[in-house]
Design a protein around this ligand. Sequence first.
Ligand code: GSF
Length: 221
Amino acid sequence: MRSGTQSTTSSIAILTPMKIIGSPTSPYVRKVRIVFSEKKVEAALELENVWAADTKISATSPLGKVPCLLLDDGEAIYDSRVIVEYADTLSPVGKLIPAGSRERASVKTWEALADGVLDACILARLEATWRPTEQQSPAWIERQMGKVHVGLRQMSEQLGGNAWCHSNQMTLADIAVGCALGYLLLRFPSIQWQTEYPNLDRLYQKLIQRASFIETAPPVA
Ligand code: GSF
């Protein structure tokens, strides 16, 4: 365990001076916050709007992206996949990434799939919101939305009738999928994934009952 952390019983949160730099609507930030919550390791959220003209994000995160985890000695850890892997080692509570290499790769592939759906969503959204109208490419948006739809179908097929994405317990795979599905509801409510893929909805409804998902629900705009 890192110095500066306070080890306690599993029912009490571990207090650390770590900070998660991010925004409450970023799905990657949410994934990180959910993992910290599930691991019962506290890290304060330091709000940063990376889209604001005066953002200071590149002082800590050179690529100008959130999430970024700031350790107590000032070291910055990014991106979300590195942070969650690190967070999983910080407490013995509820292992979210299996130790075995094959199983680990399966869970991380689920995460790559869910994050990849998010990457495509964000590229499509930025094309429509960031670029001036005359520069926007409908073909680019269509390409990205195609990835979103194929990704959703893949998630649904892989989940099948299972209770969880991987093995018989919740892992990082479910958290990553839950964050992607939650982001779709927030930013792409016209995508009817809940009716098209009832098994994904069943998983999602189970996840959003958890304190970690409730605490990190994005604010409704
Ligand atoms: C993606 C982070 C990201 O794109 C990760 O952490 O997993 N692979 C990275 N973050 C966005 C915010 S968001 O859309 O959730 C970001 O910070 N974008 C700023 C920019 O300049 O691209």
